[in-house]
Design a protein. Structure first.
Length: 190
C-alpha cells in the first residue's frame, strides 16, 4: 500500500474516532448518560451504525476512550506548564497549582464520573501522574528546595492526596491556599 494512502486511511480513522468521542460527550452532556444510544452517536458523528460498531462495542467503551483522551490532554498540559516554568521550585509550584485547579474544576459526584474513574486506564494515568510529580520533587530536592528526609515517592503521594481536597473547595483562591499549605509541608525542616 502506498505511503500516502496509508496516511490518508489513518487520518480518516482518527477523524471518525475523534468525531465519535466528541459526539458522545455532547450527547451525554445534553441528555444524560442513561439516554444516549449508539444510534444517536452515529447520527451525531455523521457515520453509519455499522461503522460505529467497527470502532466501539458500546457507549461505555466510547466514554472510556473519551476519558483517556481527556486524561492524556491533562498530562500533556502539565508537561507544558513544567516546560514553561523556571527553576525546580517554580516548576513544582506551577504544576501543583495547575493540577489543583484541574481537580477543582472537574465535575464530580455523578454517575458518569463514577463510571469513568474505574478501570485500568485510570490506574495507568495515576501512575503516570505520580511519576511525573515524583520527578519534579526529586529535582526540587536536588536543588535544595524541599526536604530530603522523605522520599520523592512518599512526597508525591502526599501531594496527590492533599490536592484531591481541591475538588471540594469553594473557589480558586482557596485552591491556591491549599497548594501553598501543601508546599509548606514539604519545605526543609529547620
Amino acid at each position: 500500500m502506498p505511503k500516502l494512502w496509508a496516511q490518508t486511511i489513518e487520518e480518516h480513522r482518527r477523524a471518525v474516532h475523534d468525531a465519535t468521542l466528541d459526539a458522545t460527550a455532547a450527547l451525554v452532556a445534553e441528555h444524560g448518560l442513561p439516554s444516549v444510544t449508539m444510534s444517536q452517536i452515529a447520527e451525531q458523528a455523521g457515520i453509519g451504525r455499522a461503522t460505529l460498531y467497527k470502532y466501539f462495542p458500546d457507549v461505555e467503551a466510547i466514554l472510556t476512550a473519551w476519558h483517556e483522551r481527556q486524561v492524556s490532554g491533562h498530562l500533556e498540559h502539565l508537561r507544558q506548564v513544567r516546560d514553561e516554568s523556571g527553576d525546580a521550585a517554580e516548576r513544582l509550584e506551577a504544576v501543583l497549582q495547575t493540577y489543583a485547579v484541574m481537580t477543582h474544576q472537574r465535575p464530580h459526584g455523578t454517575e458518569l464520573i463514577a463510571m469513568l474513574h474505574r478501570g485500568a486506564h485510570i490506574d495507568r494515568a495515576h501512575q503516570q501522574l505520580a511519576g511525573f510529580i515524583r520527578d519534579l520533587l526529586a529535582d526540587a530536592a536536588k536543588a535544595g528546595d524541599i526536604r530530603e528526609d522523605v522520599t520523592s515517592e512518599e512526597l508525591a503521594s502526599y501531594c496527590l492526596h492533599a490536592l484531591t481536597a481541591a475538588s471540594d473547595l469553594p473557589s480558586e483562591a482557596a485552591v491556591r491556599r491549599l497548594v501553598t499549605v501543601t508546599l509548606a509541608g514539604m519545605r526543609r525542616p529547620r
